[in-house]
Design a protein around this ligand. Structure first.
Ligand code: 9D3
Length: 225
């Protein structure tokens, strides 16, 4: 999968992609991440990429020209069309189902914005999809892009190593995960539940299911509906 990221802060992406699953996916050639700095496409000597909103109001808006030129350049670099994703607070809310859908693509192009948002024509040109990662305010789209890319890449066949498990991932059965323990049996007076030490697999399975339902009822009752 080729992943293009159009951003004013390409350096922000260095560390999330330098570890663990994402790092291995890159060195394996499973994914090819291409970062483009939108400011490189600014035309004036100030490298201007934002401007005042028509009609007035606070803040600045990302201009069309640098983003359209940047997009045109990266689209020409590869014949795969891919899906164009603009990170915006107004977008469709990201979830595991959308992650699974995006993981099937051979190319994803992300546009991360700063300031108060994008000129509307950036959102409506082409067939861009807008995605949000949740109902809270970030300082820009970069962290949202990183969250989405992390969730998507680990679903690409071959991305997970032997020590990483996909089967047991939360949300595959719409319940939160059951509690897990490892050695020692007693840590500072906190005991591992007896059922897990007994080795009765039927009982363990029953306990885990009941615990998963209880954790979900406590923290995420919305998932049980
Ligand atoms: C006052 C109106 N604000 C919209 C809610 C302005 C605004 C705030 C923050 C405009 C852009 C941003 C920066 N956020 C993102 O670019 C963003 C985001 C987010 O803030 N929350 C969740 N998902 C995302 S995806 C991109």
């Amino acid at each position: 999968m080729r992943i293009d990221i159009l951003t004013l802060f390409p350096e922000m992406f260095d560390s999330p992609f330098a570890f663990s699953i994402l790092r291995r996916a890159r060195t394996n050639g499973l994914i090819d991440i291409v970062l483009s700095n939108i400011r490189d496409y600014a035309k004036d000597s100030y490298k201007k990429v934002d401007d005042k909103p028509y009609g007035g109001g606070a803040g600045m808006v990302m201009m069309c020209q640098p983003i359209f030129d940047c997009l045109e350049t990266v689209q020409k670099q590869d014949e795969r069309k891919g899906r164009l994703i603009i990170l915006t607070p107004q977008g469709k809310k990201f979830d595991q189902a959308l992650a699974r859908d995006l993981a099937k693509e051979e190319r994803l192009i992300f546009i991360a914005g700063r300031y108060e948002g994008f000129d509307e024509r950036i959102k409506t040109a082409g067939d861009a999809e807008q995605i949000s990662i949740g109902d809270f305010v970030l300082s820009g789209g970069e962290l949202a892009a990183m969250v989405i890319i992390d969730a998507v890449v680990r679903l690409i066949p071959g991305a997970l190593g032997d020590d990483d498990s996909a089967l047991n991932d939360s949300f595959s059965d719409n319940l939160l995960e059951y509690p897990q323990y490892t050695r020692p049996e007693n840590f500072k007076g906190m005991q591992v539940p007896d059922v897990l030490l007994g080795g009765n697999h039927k009982d363990i399975e029953k306990w885990r299911k009941q615990q998963a339902i209880e954790k979900t009822r406590q923290n995420r009752p919305d998932l049980l509906k």
